[in-house]
Structure formats: structure tokens, C-alpha cells
Design a protein around this ligand. Structure first.
Ligand code: PMP
Length: 407
């Protein structure tokens, strides 16, 4: 497979992308390729039926397509089997499911859960709730000044009482890629499980959950060029089998009496009710489309745009990047001294540049840097150097409106 991307063809694959504006907010949600949209249309026309329970042709078509998508995701994540993949609404639901199930399995009063200070709230609040429920303590690996994990503190925060280590693979506000293999090894050494939020990672490079040596991994479809409302959770089969169900209802049961029920096999035990069938099929299609480009080509292109953006942003007066650690995914957080990030975002929007501003659902990260908010430009497979130029022109326009801080 070629290691260079035909960027014109890639951009043409996205009906929502044109040179009219620069979409630099893919870390919030990705634009959608036609191949994915076609799969959604197919799912809602040719295969529009409920899954698993139907005996008719359309139902079987939908069921097969959904199970094919599960297989695609299993291969994509390096799972041992498709049964280890649970369809969820997104990373948030996956992490809540894990916090609920693993805390029931592993957590008691006096135990500890270890997170990092760069977690998205989706991988922080569910563990706070779980700790509150059982009387466990939540601890966090602190950050360094450049936005990496301060692993020198690990000996202090990872203890014999740690039962679960939950960490983000790549930070959505800093871009930092964390040493997940090392963290999993350290967690296992004290008998803890390692849960990883891979939401920002899976878009930018291959992930192999077995090679990483982790116990559970979650991702959202909509950041992976797929539909909203669908995501995937992977966990080792024995954990899925041991965890209690998360929601009750149809499909997750084997037998039901008025008094009690028994559970379906995994993964169906965790998929109560009618699933997001078209979403699952669409997600399978977006993964096929992305991996069809070749990871080497995707990674080389995104790194080129990222390096260009780092150099370009460093020429903007009074701009300070927030999170400079390597390795990183292609997103950059920054502030313009003296200008509120929301003002930066609004003026950039007037220049046809879409960025995200705010705390990015990582308020502890903002606390660490003593900031209320940052601007975040995030890049995707369709991003170009020309879009970075447009971002910089917009930032220079912001400087003109607000004046220079330094000379
Ligand atoms: N984790 C990370 C690192 C994220 O970036 C996000 C989305 N911003 C989430 C979790 C939550 O994903 P979702 O909203 O799709 O459930």
C-alpha cells in the first residue's frame, strides 16, 4: 500500500468538506465520508429491519451486516474474538458500563481507583460515582509542565490498594499519547485492571488491545468518521462474562420469569433493547474506508500537517501552546495572551475556520495550567497545510482586533 495519500481524492470522499472553510474540529466530531453515508442509506433502505429476532430476509440481512461490523471492529482493535466487542452509544456509555461493572466486580470500601489528571470527564466522573457508591478513593497521576503524565509520581499513587487504573490513550485537550503498555504492566503488577479510553487514538493509528496488554478499551464512532450514537467497548471475555449487566430489557436475557431472569451470552448481555443497527453498519463502513487508505499514509500525512501547524503557530505573536509533549495525536491546544479563547474561536469562524474553544471536558487539565479554557485546532485525514495557513491568517486577524501584547 502506498505511503502517500492522494489528498484531493480523500477530500473528495467527504461531501461535507470543501475549500469554502477549514474544519479543524475533528477531535470533537469527524466529518463523514460518502462510503459511510452510503452504508447508512443501505441500512435504512435495503436492510431496514430489527436484528436478531426476525426470521425474514431483511432482518437476517441487517443482523448479518451488524455482526459483520462487530467483526470489523474486533479486527480493527486486535480483539481475540468479535464476542469481545459490545456496541454502545459512544465512549461515554462504554466507560459508564465499565465503571458500573468493574466496580461491582472488583471494588470495595478502602480500595483505590487510579485515573490521570488528563482524563476527559467521561473517564473521570463515572469512576467518581463508582468510588462514592462503594466508599473507595479516587487518585490521579499528575501532569508535567508540558502536558505529559508525571510517571515519577506513579510509585506514590499506584498502591497495593489500587484495583483499577483508568487512563486516556491520547488526550483530547493536550494531544499527548500516553505509555499505555507501561501503565498496564504497572497496574497488573499490583493486581489492578487497566481500562483505556481510546477515543482520540483509534482515529490516527493502529491499535492492538492485546499487544497493549490492557483489559478494556473504548471508542466512539463519530470521531472515527462514523455515525453519532454508536461506539464500541472491548474487554477481555472473562471480564465481560463476570461483569453484571448494565441495563435490563429485551435481547440481553436468556430466560425471564416474573421473579427473575438469566442472561444472554456476551456481548448480547450488554446490549439491551434495539441497538443502533444502522450506526453499527455505518461504523463498520467508516473503519473499512479509513483502513483502506493505509495507516502509514494516514499517519505520514497527519504528521506533516501537524508539524507544519506547530511551526506556523509558533510564528503567531503572543500565542502559547498548551500541551507540547510528544508523542502526540494531531491536535494542538493554545491560548492567545490577553484574548479569551471564545473570542478567538468566534473571529476564526468569521474567517471560515472551525476550532473548538473551552475546557474540552477536561477541567482538571485547565486547573493544572491555571486556565479557564484553550483553543483547540484538531486535524484529520483530510486536513491540509492550506487550512493551517488559513488558521494562522485568522489568528493574525484576532491579534489585529485585540492588539499585540508583546513587541
Ligand atoms: N474521551 C475522550 C478522550 C474524548 O475526546 C471524548 C469526546 N470528546 C469522550 C471520551 C466522550 O466521547 P463521546 O462524547 O462520544 O461519548
Amino acid at each position: 500500500m502506498s505511503a502517500t495519500l492522494d489528498i484531493a481524492a480523500v477530500r473528495a470522499a467527504f461531501p461535507g468538506i470543501s475549500d469554502a472553510d477549514a474544519y479543524l474540529d475533528s477531535a470533537a466530531t469527524a466529518q463523514k465520508p460518502a462510503a459511510m453515508l452510503d452504508a447508512l442509506r443501505w441500512a435504512y433502505t435495503e436492510a431496514c429491519a430489527n436484528v436478531h429476532r426476525g426470521v425474514h430476509r431483511r432482518s437476517q440481512l441487517a443482523t448479518d451486516a451488524m455482526e459483520d461490523a462487530r467483526e470489523t471492529i474486533a479486527t480493527f482493535l486486535g480483539a481475540a474474538a468479535p464476542e469481545e466487542i459490545v456496541f454502545v452509544r459512544g465512549a461515554t456509555e462504554g466507560l459508564n458500563l465499565l465503571a458500573h461493572g468493574l466496580s461491582a466486580l472488583r471494588l470495595q470500601a478502602g480500595d483505590e481507583v487510579l485515573v490521570t489528571a488528563m482524563e476527559h470527564h467521561a473517564n473521570l466522573v463515572p469512576w467518581q460515582l463508582a468510588c462514592d457508591r462503594v466508599g473507595a478513593t479516587l487518585r490521579a497521576i499528575p501532569l508535567t509542565a508540558d502536558g505529559a503524565l508525571d510517571l515519577s509520581a506513579l510509585d506514590e499513587v499506584l498502591t497495593e490498594r489500587t484495583r483499577i487504573l483508568a487512563c486516556v490513550h491520547a488526550s483530547n485537550s493536550l494531544g499527548t499519547i500516553n505509555p499505555v503498555t507501561e501503565l498496564a504492566r504497572r497496574a497488573h503488577a499490583v493486581g489492578a485492571l487497566c481500562v483505556v479510553d481510546g477515543t482520540q487514538m483509534v482515529v490516527h493509528g493502529p491499535v492492538d488491545v492485546q499487544a497493549l496488554g490492557v483489559d478494556a478499551y473504548v471508542m466512539s464512532g463519530h470521531k472515527l468518521y462514523g455515525p453519532t450514537g454508536i461506539g464500541a467497548l472491548w474487554a477481555r471475555r472473562e471480564l465481560l462474562e463476570a461483569m453484571p449487566p448494565y441495563q435490563g430489557g429485551g435481547e440481553m436475557i436468556r430466560t425471564v420469569t416474573l421473579q427473575s431472569s438469566t442472561w444472554n451470552d456476551v456481548p448480547h448481555k450488554f446490549e439491551a433493547g434495539t441497538p443502533h443497527i444502522a450506526g453499527a453498519i455505518g461504523l463498520g463502513a467508516s473503519i473499512d474506508w479509513l483502513t483502506g487508505l493505509g495507516w502509514d499514509a494516514v499517519a505520514a500525512h497527519e504528521r506533516d500537517v501537524l508539524d507544519y501547524a506547530i511551526a506556523a503557530l509558533d510564528t503567531v505573536p503572543d500565542l502559547r501552546r498548551v500541551g507540547t509533549a510528544e508523542p502526540r495525536v494531531p491536535l494542538l491546544g493554545f491560548v492567545l495572551e490577553g484574548v479569551h479563547p471564545h473570542d478567538v474561536g468566534s473571529i476564526l469562524d468569521q474567517h471560515g475556520v472551525a476550532v473548538r474553544t473551552g475546557h474540552h471536558c477536561t477541567q482538571p487539565v485547565m486547573d493544572h495550567f491555571d486556565l479557564a479554557a484553550t483553543v483547540r485546532a484538531s486535524f484529520a485525514v483530510h486536513s491540509t497545510r492550506a487550512e493551517v495557513d488559513r488558521l494562522v491568517d485568522g489568528l493574525l486577524a484576532v491579534r489585529t482586533v485585540f492588539g499585540r501584547r508583546s513587541t
